[in-house]
Design a protein around this ligand. Sequence first.
Ligand SMILES: [Zn+2]
Length: 203
Amino acid sequence: MSGPQPGQQRNGEASCKKREDYLEWPEYFMAVAFLSAQRSKDPSSQVGACIVNSENKIVGIGYNGMPNGCSDDVLPWTRTGANRLDTKYPYVCHAELNAIMNKNSADVKGCSMYVALFPCNECAKLIIQAGIKEVIFMSDKYHDTTEMTAARRMFDLAGNSSQSVTRSSLTLIQLTADQVKSFCELCVIKSLEEYDYPFLKSC
Ligand SMILES: [Zn+2]
């Protein structure tokens, strides 16, 4: 009888154990968010978001871009301009908005959202109103801006506390250094400085 027997590798060794260095769920979902970000045409900021339900199934993915049907060759991508109408800001849809709008389930109540950057105030409103219960982010580089301060205020009120771990409230979780390190090893993060994560400075 030729060929490997069931439970045997081709080289005749006993069957191997399962892999131990597989991606954990949080790194996996954040990696999906990062991959999605690479679809963005924004020259200065590429952000992806991934929404996951309680069964660890992905129910929505999005990245920042112009609204459907609004040509991204016509609308501006610049961050600065004498007139705000000539900047990207009034037009671009953030990754969180697109992920929620792209959902393939009836709703995203009780779901978790994985996103590279801490959400702005406009996305915080959407996240809260959509019933998302957990936001997992990596970078908080705009922590002190008006937008992020307002977002944090709303998240705190909606969830009572960012430290809360109760299921009924909205929680905020920042990726750990080990999780970010696994990203580095996967080369998921193309520009380390872009996300201004404290660990990355020494990576
Ligand atoms: Zn936003």
